[in-house]
Design a protein around this ligand. Sequence first.
Ligand SMILES: Cc1cc2nc3c(=O)[nH]c(=O)nc-3n(C[C@H](O)[C@H](O)[C@H](O)COP(=O)(O)O)c2cc1C
Length: 321
Amino acid sequence: MFVLGLQGSPRVKGNTGILLASFLKEAGRLGALTQHLDVAKKNITPCQECGVCEEKGFCPIDDDMQEVYPLLRRADIIVIATPIFFYGATAQLKALIDRSQALWSRRYIHKFEDPGMKWRRGFLLAVGATKGKNLFEGVELTAKYFFDAVGANYEGSLTYKRIEASGDIKNHPTALKDAKEKAGTLVTPLADRKKVLFVCTENACRSQMASAFAQYQAGDRIETISAGSSPAPEINPLMEEVMNEKGIDMAYRRPQSFEDASKFGAPDLIISMGCNDACPVYPGVRNIEWDLEDPANKPIDFMRQTRDKIEKRVLELLEKV
Ligand SMILES: Cc1cc2nc3c(=O)[nH]c(=O)nc-3n(C[C@H](O)[C@H](O)[C@H](O)COP(=O)(O)O)c2cc1C
């Protein structure tokens, strides 16, 4: 599983960074793959309100946000961490949050469902210098709406007042321990899911569809990973189209190699769609062969038939797993 930490302070080794690191360290110890992303180091232009995402479902601004969208989609848990700047999140983090309007548009205007929204969780960490009664109200509301846009269930926050000079958070009696414990509470149920690895040749059609259907139906109890023996540079646009016909959003998914997939740990089960003898080998792990013809470069109807066959097999599989 993957935990994404979005660190919003420009003081990258400041209080927010230290608090987030405590959360991510525990998540990593519990077996999650983690990424601590210092948002202030990224080039993320504020939303220009151009309307393209509402019309077409993607953001046309070519900057580092294009790397962030796939991470948001891939994450099982997203943590946003920020110091309070004028009763809100930092401008750097707010720019990233506003750019998630592209995902909001896919969900609410285009009516596509990202399978991840069935189990993804969101959490907020925040610190501020003063002790104002309403210090975290603004950022909590922002977090709530951000997590809704990116398809994550908001699990609440840990917030700390009277934290000002860099490193003050280390002297707080419970903050770092609280963050560690919260990581345990959020990560453990998701880390305990059974892992199914779907494989095909290019990880552009068959294994992507199988993985998405399994996530859509049972992502809260099964962690799925997909990979290819010779991954394509992009997922197949026709595959994306036929999945959209079923209301399932495949945007920002990327084909990956067996080696990349192995970073998520050994699977409990492998389903292969026809990668022949190039299939990954995990000693002692059962490998089921579905032997489905590759729909790449075939007419859209063949892609639809393959999609429907895969959906049926996934439903049958889920009754047994
Ligand atoms: C531009 C700016 C605005 C701030 N606004 C607030 C504020 O409205 N309320 C508050 O309690 N602290 C405010 N602070 C203080 C920071 O929230 C506080 O120092 C925090 O611990 C910084 O965390 P960091 O080390 O992760 O950057 C502000 C700091 C800066 C630089």
